[in-house]
Write a protein that binds this ligand. Structure first.
Ligand code: ZN
Length: 109
C-alpha cells in the first residue's frame, strides 16, 4: 500500500510530520503539541509541534500548525494586545522569554 493513501485525508503538514517521524526512527510520543499564549493577556497565539522535551526558545515556522491572530511589525511578532512575543528570524521565531506561556499535550499514538 502506498503511504500516500494512508495519509491522503490528513493535511500535508501532518503527513510530513508522520513521514519525518518514521524516517528518523523517532517515536510519535516525542512530539508535543503546544499552544503558545501571550503571558500578558492569555490570548492564544499559535499551535506548535514541538519535538522532544525542553524549553521553547524558538518556534520553527514549518512546525507551527495553526496561527491565531498575531501582528508582525518591524520584524517582531506581537500579540494583539501590543506585547512583543517573538522576533521573526525568517525560518523561525525567536521567542521572548516571559512574554509567552504555553500548555502542552503529549501526542497520544
Ligand atoms: Zn496579549
Amino acid at each position: 500500500m502506498d503511504i500516500g493513501d494512508v495519509f491522503g485525508q490528513v493535511d500535508s503538514h501532518a503527513r510530513r510530520m508522520a513521514l519525518g517521524a518514521e524516517g528518523k526512527g523517532q517515536g510519535a510520543g516525542k512530539f508535543v503539541v503546544l499552544v503558545i499564549k501571550c503571558a500578558a493577556c492569555k490570548r492564544k497565539l499559535w499551535k506548535y509541534d514541538k519535538i522532544g522535551q525542553g524549553e521553547v526558545l524558538r518556534c520553527h515556522k514549518d512546525r507551527i500548525t495553526r496561527m491565531y491572530e498575531v501582528k508582525e511589525e518591524e520584524g517582531k511578532v506581537k500579540c494583539l494586545c501590543g506585547k512583543d512575543v517573538g522576533i521573526d528570524k525568517g525560518s523561525h521565531i525567536k521567542m521572548i522569554g516571559k512574554a509567552f506561556t504555553y500548555t502542552g499535550t503529549k501526542r497520544n499514538s
